[in-house]
Design a protein around this ligand. Structure first.
Ligand SMILES: [Zn+2]
Length: 265
């Protein structure tokens, strides 16, 4: 893949980052349209967070794994004697070991199906004003929300980029007026061409790049034979003859199961 080698006068763009956001937005917009089916996934290394906090009256340890409720271990209230402090240190070390084991143990997980929000996808395509786009964002219960909510009322900003649609709603509408937007493509694959175009627009807006620049950069990007990006991983254009639209049409909602997740995360 090329690194930001742009025409003179333009600033350098991190193309790898742009490509990553293109994937995240394809994923989001496809999810909005089609949802995702239940899937089994084996991971060799889970992503999680180990948060140690001190400075409060009581120290605490929090471990977070996506999909699980966060686990919190609090220092006992009256850990003042050397023995009590030692116990607490052992407990902390134990939690750390458990966390490391959890991170590096391959796990097979069933990921539940997530329904699409097709009416919101249709409304997003129809939207002409920022107000209409923002209403779609606010109505979304799943795909356009930046937060992952836990059953206990807590949350994590798990998809922070999704907030960009709300904030850049005006520019999103303007980008749909561009002649490169296949707004009237009536073919069965038309919607997936719209997903691709809009994902590129959103990747640009996420990185504060003009949508038309992002669309062009991603369209003209060269992918070397050893490129490991999500597109090359899926064996689609530009390196392979299959277009993203036909790939999405073939696999629909389960397209993610046909990617090597390690390559895209
Ligand atoms: Zn590539």
């Amino acid at each position: 893949m090329e690194t930001g080698n742009l025409a003179e006068g333009r600033s350098r763009v991190n193309l790898q980052e742009l490509l990553r956001y293109e994937f995240l937005w394809v994923d989001t917009l496809c999810g909005l349209r089609d949802g995702t089916p239940e899937a089994q996934q084996t991971t060799h290394a889970r992503s999680g967070m180990f948060i140690k906090s001190s400075g409060q009256a009581r120290e605490s340890i929090q471990t977070v794994f996506p999909g699980d409720s966060p686990r919190v271990i609090l220092q006992p209230k009256f850990a003042t004697t050397p023995g009590e402090i030692r116990d607490w240190q052992l407990q902390q070390a134990e939690a750390e070991t458990q966390f490391e084991e959890a991170v590096f143990t391959p796990v097979s997980m069933i990921i539940s199906a997530v329904p699409g929000e097709r009416d919101l996808w249709e409304a997003l395509k129809r939207a002409n004003t920022a107000k209409q786009v923002r209403r779609v964002c606010s109505q979304s219960k799943r795909w356009l929300r930046p937060r992952l909510e836990f059953p206990d009322g807590g949350f994590m900003e798990y998809w922070p980029y999704r907030d960009v649609l709300y904030r850049a709603a005006e520019r999103f509408c303007r980008a749909k007026l561009d002649q490169r937007y296949p707004g009237r493509d009536k073919r069965e694959s038309g919607d997936y061409r719209r997903v691709e175009y809009l994902a590129r627009v959103m990747a640009g807006l996420t990185m504060r790049i003009a949508p038309s620049t992002a669309v062009e950069l991603l369209r003209k990007m060269k992918h070397a034979d050893q490129c490991l990006c999500w597109r090359c991983n899926a064996k689609i254009a530009p390196r392979y003859p299959t277009s993203l639209a036909s790939f999405l049409m073939q696999f629909g909602a389960s397209f993610r199961n046909n990617l090597n997740r390690m390559a895209v995360e």
